[in-house]
Design a protein around this ligand. Structure first.
Ligand code: PML
Length: 266
C-alpha cells in the first residue's frame, strides 16, 4: 500500500449567505496549489453567480484512503418527471425499499426546502438523520489521476465529461460501499440541470433525464438505509477517506428492461 500522504481539499462557496457551489477531492501534496486555484476559480465563475464567500479546507489525511471501483453508469431515456419517478419506484423498490419511503423522498425533495446534506430515510419511510434541516454531508472522497483520465475518456464518448456527473458518480460509489445503504435518489438543485439519478449496488448509477422541470431551484439527495447504527454510517460517510481507482462501464441510453436483465451480468 502507498505510504504517500494524501490531502482532502474541500471548497464551499456562497453568495449573500446562500450556498452556490461546492467541490472536493483527495490529492497528493504536489497537487494542492493547483487544486486550490482550480476550486477558487470554480467558485468565482459559477453559473449561479459570483461567490462572495469561499471556504477552503486543506487537510492531511491520517489514514490511507480506501480504494474502490466506481459504479457502472447508464442513462434511462425518461421523458418527464412522472416517467423518472415511475422508473425510480420500480428500480428502488426492487431492492427492498418500500414505495412509501420513495414517495416520501420525492415529496420532500420537491417541497422546496433546501438541505445542505442528504436525508437518511429508512426503507419504511422514517427519517433518521440527527439534523433534519441540514442532513448529512458526504466528504473525504476523490479519484486517482489514472482513474480520472479513464472516467473522462468514457464519459467523453457519451458527451458527459463534466464535473457534475463525475462528482455525483464518485459520491454514489463511496456511499454505496457501506452495507447499510440500499439506494439513493438525487435531484440537482441547479435550476438549469434537470437530470437526476438513482443508485443501488445491484443496478449501479442510473441517470434520469428530465426528473424535474427547468427553472426549479431546489432538489437534494436521500440515502435509503437499513440494518445498523446510523452513527456508524455517518462516521463512514464523513470520516473514511475513499478514492476511486478503477472505472466500471459507462453506457449511453438503456431501457428499463435492459437494466433489469443485465443486473446480474455487470
Ligand atoms: C448535483 O447537482 O450535484 C447533482 C447532479 C446529479 C446528476 C448528475 C448526472 O447528470 O449524472
Amino acid at each position: 500500500m502507498s505510504k504517500r500522504l494524501h490531502y482532502s481539499i474541500r471548497m464551499r462557496a456562497a453568495m449573500s449567505g446562500v450556498h452556490i457551489s461546492g467541490a472536493e477531492g483527495i490529492y497528493e501534496k504536489n497537487d494542492i496549489i493547483k487544486m486550490v486555484n482550480e476550486f477558487t476559480g470554480r467558485a468565482l465563475s459559477h453559473g449561479k453567480g459570483r461567490a462572495d464567500e469561499i471556504r477552503l479546507t486543506v487537510e492531511e489525511l491520517k489514514t490511507s484512503p480506501v480504494r474502490i471501483p466506481s459504479f457502472p453508469l447508464r442513462t434511462l431515456n425518461t421523458r418527464n418527471p412522472e416517467a423518472a419517478k415511475k422508473a425510480s419506484l420500480k428500480i428502488l423498490s426492487s431492492v427492498g425499499i418500500k414505495e412509501r419511503a420513495i414517495e416520501e423522498v420525492f415529496e420532500s425533495l420537491n417541497s422546496g426546502i433546501a438541505m445542505r446534506g442528504a436525508m437518511l430515510m429508512d426503507i419504511e419511510g422514517v427519517r433518521l438523520e440527527p439534523d433534519l434541516l441540514r442532513g448529512v454531508r458526504v466528504i473525504r472522497m476523490g479519484i486517482t489521476k489514472k482513474a480520472a483520465a479513464e472516467l473522462s475518456r468514457k464519459l467523453g464518448r457519451l458527451g458527459l465529461n463534466n464535473n457534475t456527473v463525475k462528482e455525483a458518480l464518485i459520491l454514489a460509489s463511496k456511499v454505496h460501499r457501506h452495507r447499510m445503504v440500499l439506494g439513493e435518489l438525487c435531484i440537482s438543485d441547479d435550476p438549469n440541470y434537470t437530470t437526476g439519478y438513482i443508485a443501488t449496488r445491484t443496478h449501479g448509477y442510473i441517470r434520469l433525464p428530465r426528473i424535474k422541470k427547468r427553472g426549479v431551484a431546489y432538489g437534494g439527495r436521500a440515502f435509503f438505509i437499513a440494518g445498523g447504527e446510523v452513527k456508524e454510517l455517518i462516521k463512514y460517510l464523513q470520516r473514511t477517506p475513499v478514492l476511486i481507482n478503477s472505472i466500471k462501464s459507462c453506457t449511453g441510453i438503456v431501457t428499463l428492461r435492459e437494466i433489469f436483465e443485465s443486473k446480474s451480468r455487470r
